[in-house]
Design a protein around this ligand. Structure first.
Ligand SMILES: [Mn+2]
Length: 687
């Protein structure tokens, strides 16, 4: 593939580009209405200046029509690829960006091919010398024992004792084997940071890592002995994306196809929730349609307007052939053997929601890291949280690879039968964008006779983005979307009397409209579901510990200072001080809690895990401690309405001073029982 090959590719690209132009002009289809109201930085055009053909590669030089540095292109140097690269920005001219993307892809392919040749020659030379070393070392008894042990742990070296190893596949290249990749050079790092902020992870790192990189087997050894039935149900993967980086979406797709037996993946349904990044349009489809592994599996559906994760998934499922559906995020990487255990589990019990263990892909380096295996729970303000698997559940399981019952699933990744998904009420279609749907579905499945489990033999890597682009909701109609409303819908339909736990923490949710819930209530009746009390008792007893009914909470709500009438507030997340009472809970919600099991400390919590405490050398400042560790400095005594708050460690009282106003920091002081040391919670509970 020399000159004629390149001409063919270019011709194809320009044909594609022409088609794209028609689409852009609205002649061939829809455009997301949002892409017109895009960006905050004004409009910029990126103009191809000249195109340079040199050494089998094409370099397109681009300049920005404006002089704003933030929209210009930088020449970047990367460790692995020293070719000039340009950084796509969010608000560049769509057409030239598409052109640039395609041209750079051509040159990138050629680069990769050339690199591959050099690389494989170097690799063979390296492997040869490596093998010679091994053969010499193998003669030494101790080394051979150690090697055998390592070989058992590491599938990279498939050594066979009987025959000397011939071919070792040791992938090289950035990110291979799940290793970390680092960005070098100051300019590059700066550009990387900008993009990191835009996407919530380092796109530059993702872009240099192979789309089909190898991730080592992450499974427990016992998993390798598991045998799965031949007739596992075939799965349709449903994956929603919104303004994800192209290379991240593509790597997600490749990892599914590479790590799954082909007959078990019937299709991958990608739903674009109206992204406005141009490379997610043609470049994405061009890659899929020219890749033999993806071409026949992947279907792309596009929402003409933002629908959010929930309605997008419903749309994806509608198209799914089934019988199983596997939901995956668009920023994941599957690992060897991830699929079979999930499908085997739902096949065994068809009212199961089976979740993989979610490992961690680092947002900066894209390193794959195993996480400690945890279950999922919820906080009383209905956020998901990771929890330790409790002793009873540990004892119930006979093997470390037995599935773990999970009170709440994380929500992004799970397998379920399509029929069961529909039967159990799919999703609440009135929920907006994202958030709460995983809690809702978990309550519903458990309360209505199903179960949610994590299957330890299935491991999938996930990028926990530092910033979530889909949270920036630009509504198509003018109504403002408040995703917190989702929580109110969950509470109203599923939580019975326990909904007051949410409303105490977020009183505003009680008063705003959460929409019509009659259909969801009818669903609950139709399915004959259990009460929330039943759920707490049978599925999440640890949560039941932390209830008013159980005497855990002694008082809660706003914590008003008698002297000023102002409310205690954790203003910047750590510092605690006075602020005007806003009645919205959140940072002004405090709860007085009796000691945890086996502890002696009465604490004042803000969130479920946070505590108020004294800190610092002087121990006079009061702040929020992110994870309570039940130290004395977190211990408070309170003697009822208008009473003092005495810190046990210092023997001093919570005070704001005589001249306190909104914004004054709280501290501890000698107890004088003056009004500035008197405090009242909104609600007191008598044990
Ligand atoms: Mn995710």
């Amino acid at each position: 593939m020399r000159v004629s090959g390149r001409i063919r590719i270019l011709a194809a690209l320009f044909a594609v580009l022409g088609l794209y132009a028609l689409l852009e002009l609205g002649i061939l289809g829809f455009r997301c209405p949002q892409s017109e109201q895009q960006g905050s930085g004004g409009s910029h055009k990126i103009i191809p200046e000249n195109t340079e053909h040199k050494d089998n590669s094409i370099t397109v030089h681009l300049t920005s029509a404006t002089n704003k540095p933030s929209t210009g292109f930088r020449r970047l140097r990367l460790r692995e690829q020293d070719e000039a690269r340009t950084t796509p920005q969010s608000d560049v001219n769509v057409l030239s960006l598409a052109l640039k993307e395609m041209l750079s892809k051509v040159s990138r392919l050629e680069d990769l091919a050339r690199e591959d040749r050099n690389r494989s020659e170097a690799l063979i030379a390296r492997q040869d010398s490596f093998l010679r070393d091994i053969e010499a070392e193998m003669k030494k008894e101790t080394f051979s024992r150690r090697l055998k042990q390592e070989a058992a742990d590491d599938d990279m070296f498939q050594l066979d004792r009987r025959a000397p190893p011939r071919v070792l596949t040791v992938p090289v290249g950035p990110g291979e084997n799940g290793k970390a990749t680092y960005i070098h050079g100051r300019d590059t790092r700066q550009a990387a940071e900008q993009l990191h902020n835009l996407y919530g992870y380092s796109v530059l790192v993702s872009d240099v890592i192979s789309l089909d990189r190898k991730i080592p087997d992450q499974r427990h050894k016992l998993c390798l002995q598991e045998e799965y039935p031949d007739d596992l149900p075939q799965a349709s993967v449903v994956m929603i994306f919104y303004n994800e980086a192209l290379s991240v979406v593509l790597r997600s797709l490749h990892s599914i196809v590479s790590q799954s037996p082909p007959h078990l993946i019937g299709e991958i349904i990608l739903v674009d929730d109206c992204s406005d990044k141009p490379d997610l349009m043609f470049p994405l489809e061009a890659h899929i349609s020219t890749n033999s592994k993806l071409r026949n599996k992947v279907k792309v559906l596009r929402n003409p307007k933002r629908e959010g994760l929930i309605r997008s998934r419903l749309k994806g499922v509608q198209q799914a052939q089934g019988p199983a559906v596997v939901f995956l995020d668009s920023h994941i990487e599957c690992t060897p053997g991830w699929l079979e255990p999930l499908l085997a589990r739902i096949r065994k019990n068809n009212s199961t929601v089976a979740c993989p263990v979610i490992d961690h892909i680092d947002t900066k380096t894209f390193a794959y890291e195993q996480l400690r295996f945890l279950a999922g729970g919820f906080t009383w303000d209905l956020n998901f949280m990771w929890i330790y698997v409790n002793k009873e559940e540990m004892a119930r399981r006979k093997s470390p690879i037995d599935p773990v019952r999970c009170p709440v699933m994380a929500g992004g990744l799970f397998a379920i039968y399509k029929d069961y998904f529909q039967h159990i009420g799919a999703y609440d279609p009135a929920m907006e964008i994202y958030g709460g749907e995983n809690v809702e579905m978990s309550f519903r499945v458990w309360q209505c006779g199903g179960r949610v489990e994590t299957v330890p033999c299935s491991r999938v890597g996930h990028i926990e983005r530092t910033d979530k682009p889909y949270l920036y909701v630009r509504s198509n109609d003018t109504k403002d979307i408040n995703i917190e409303v989702n929580k109110a819908r969950v509470a109203e339909v599923w939580m019975d009397q326990y909904k007051r736990y949410l409303y105490a923490r977020q009183p505003n949710l009680k008063n705003i409209s959460h929409g019509d819930i009659s259909e969801r209530q009818a669903l609950r009746k139709r399915l004959g579901c259990n009460s929330f009390q039943w759920y707490l008792e049978n599925v999440y007893p640890d949560r039941l510990e932390h209830t008013v009914e159980n005497g855990f909470f002694r008082a809660w709500g706003e914590l008003r200072n008698v002297h000023t009438g102002l409310c205690l507030d954790f203003m910047d997340g750590r510092g605690v001080g006075l602020w005007d009472c806003h009645g919205q809970g959140g940072q002004q919600f405090f709860a007085l809690r009796r000691p945890e099991k086996g502890k002696a400390i009465q604490t004042i919590g803000t969130g479920d895990m946070q505590c108020m405490g004294t800190e610092g050398t002087a121990r006079l400042e009061v702040s929020i401690i992110k994870y309570c560790h039940n130290g004395l400095h977190e211990s408070w005594y309170h003697n009822g309405k208008g009473g003092i708050l005495l810190n046990t460690e210092t023997g001093l009282c919570l005070d704001v001073g005589r001249n306190a106003t909104s914004g004054t920091r709280a501290f501890v002081n000698n107890c004088t029982r003056t009004a500035s040391q008197q405090w009242t919670f909104t609600e007191y509970f008598t044990p």
